[in-house]
Design a protein around this ligand. Sequence first.
Ligand SMILES: [Fe+2]
Length: 194
Amino acid sequence: MSTMRPLDRFLTLAGAEVAAVASRMTANEAVRSAGLRVADLLATPPEPTQPLPPHRLPVCDQLDAAYAEMRSDLVAAFKALEPQLAWRVRAVSNATPDFAAGHASARVLDPTGLEQRGGLVSGISLVAPGVTYPEHDHPPEEIYLVLSGGEWWQEGGAWHAPGPGGIVHNPPGIRHAMRGTDVPLLAIWFLLPG
Ligand SMILES: [Fe+2]
C-alpha cells in the first residue's frame, strides 16, 4: 500500500466508501445506482491531464479541524494528496461576503485536475465553520462523499448532516447548497457523465 501514489490511495478509499454506503441504500435506487456508478468509474484506467500548479489558500488552515472529524486512514491518504491540490476560490454570484475567504475547492478528476477517469468530474470542497456555499444547480447528477462535518440541503428537503462517511445525492438540475457548522465541511464531489 505504501508504494501507491497518494491519488490512488485516496481515491481507492473514497471509492470503497461510496460503494459501501450506496450498496446499503436498497430503499433508494437512484442513490444506490449513482454511487455504484461512481465507484465503477473510479476504477477505470486513468487518463493524463494538464494539472494546475499546486496552490494553497489561507482557508486551508481549517483542514486540521476537518481532519479531527475523519477516519485516520482517510486523513493519512488526504494529507499525502493535499500538497498536490490547486486550491481555488470560486466566483459564485449569490454568495454572502464571508464566502470568498471562507471556502476553497480543488479539482481532482478534471482536465485541469490531477487525472481523468471514466468521464467523472470530481473535486474537493472546503467550507469554513458558519459559511454557506450558496444554492446552485447543474445538469450532471452529483454524489458527495462527506469527509468531515457540515450540512447539506436540496430543494424540497431540510438541512441535514450526513456525517463523516455519509453520501449526498443530487439528481440532475436540482437546487442544492451546503454549509460549515461548528466544524468545517470537507467533502469530495463527483459529477457523473451523462
Ligand atoms: Fe453541486
